[in-house]
Write a protein that binds this ligand. Sequence first.
Ligand SMILES: [Zn+2]
Length: 574
Amino acid sequence: MPTITACGSALGCASLRLAANHGFTTMPTDRPKFFLTTAIDYPNSRPHIGTAFEKIGADVQARYRRMQGYDVFFLMGNDENTVKVAKKAAELGQDTQAYCDDMARQFREVWDALDISYDIFIQTSSPRHHECCRKFIQKVYDNGYIRKDKYEGWYCVGCEAFKTEQEIKEAGGVCPNHKTSPIRRSEECYFFEQTKFRERLLKLYKERPELIQPESRRNEIISLVKEGLYDLNITRTGEEWGIRVPWDPKFTIYVWFDALLTYITGIGYGDDEAEFRKWWPCDIHFIGKDITRFHCATWPAMLLAAGVEPPKQVFGHGFVYIKNEETGAAEKISKSLGNVVEPMEIISKFSGEAFRYYFMRECPFPGDGEFSWQRFADVYNSELANNLGNLYSRVVTLISKNFGGTLPGGRKIDPDAILPYYQADLEGNRASPDGSEALALIHPGSTANVIANLKSLVEQCRYNQALQTIWANFLTPANRFAEVTEPWKLVKTNKGNAAEVLKYMLVPLRTVSILLKPFVPRAAETIYRSFNFTKPWEHVQYEDAAAYETQGDDLRILAQLEGGKVKPLFPRIG
Ligand SMILES: [Zn+2]
């Protein structure tokens, strides 16, 4: 059996993912565990930028937790046991399984291009998932929470779900999601009696206020459970594709019921008890805000019905809208509007890292955000190319060109020693009006405070605020410091002072390389590894960003140069 260890690198995870699909065992560890999941996607169309938004938000959390010493397991997958998928395959004249496998490959191609560091990718058509699902539903049946009955109601084919009278009425006689007329459908079926869990759910919300995140979605769920909870029809008849109900095989399990179970079948429920116990309960389920109800009411009720503890947290993130460049209106991403943007279009023009940065910086993860090509290019050029990229290129190139790639004493910096350089006007009359601000960024005390704040922002998934903080506290002041002190001129007139200035540009550069590791892992690694910093890259934690190097003396450039210049991190795009 292959062994799983936490893994931060894209390469490591690639092999790990393969291994993980064939069963696994885990080395015992005393590190705290962190188990997170994303919603699993319908593979009847390729992922769009909104789908990618969620995966990146989850990946930042996974990478941050690994960095901070957690033993992380990150689960993703595709939701394949659906009529829509079988239909789509039939339309294309393909075998349903072959179609699912090919779509899973296409999804993973996109996730790999975005460096999503998942540990396992579940296809719900896999025999293992089927087997574990059947065990779960049997358990709920044996525990007396499933009854046979008849269901008649309004059914939306697009949602593959019955809609309540009220939902249809409020939307004006159509499905609120699809704006299409529902059909009247009546069938014999099995109900999951989730209404029996009303009191236990309400108690759970009270005991675990952090269960439903962000806070704003909590009241909505509480009132729904109080007033609008109904028993859920969890079976279908007459369908070939899907998972059979173990005690009554003419029925298949409703796709939602089996999809939710991915979160536990993927970590060994039903076939590896030790593994399951190790990871469960889930630390965060990342989902879109539109499916909060299923995750915060039905899912915990299902688990309670099977005697399993509910998850610790469900995080309902916001949506990405497309900004119509002509009208300025924010539009929902939809095929019918013809505005679907595929992640690969953006990745091939810019890069996977630029993609990650834009969506984490521009779209508040708990709220909603917008995409436009113009805005993307503006953010890319101003924040990545001209700010982060420029600082990096300047430091590496100036040290390489003027100091033979070695800055004596460059690893022993007393941040307080910068004071004279800020106060004493370096070239006559050039004292920095922003000296105090720039100074704050290299003072260990204040950096430590900023980092403590950043940790809390990342842990709350407030990624856009975290990135804003990094730019405002470190990168923008460091660039301003460079503009004021002009080390590229100083090297010609006062080399000693130029060396000091460069040392002080290095401090924030090193700091941000560490802080950006969960967000833009490749650029962050490139920056860090361009210098002979002491701590191995694999082991840096957020706290290390506050403590400058203490060992050794000389700072050496390790980056490879071409024609005296370092390769740009984010080449400007016109
Ligand atoms: Zn619908």
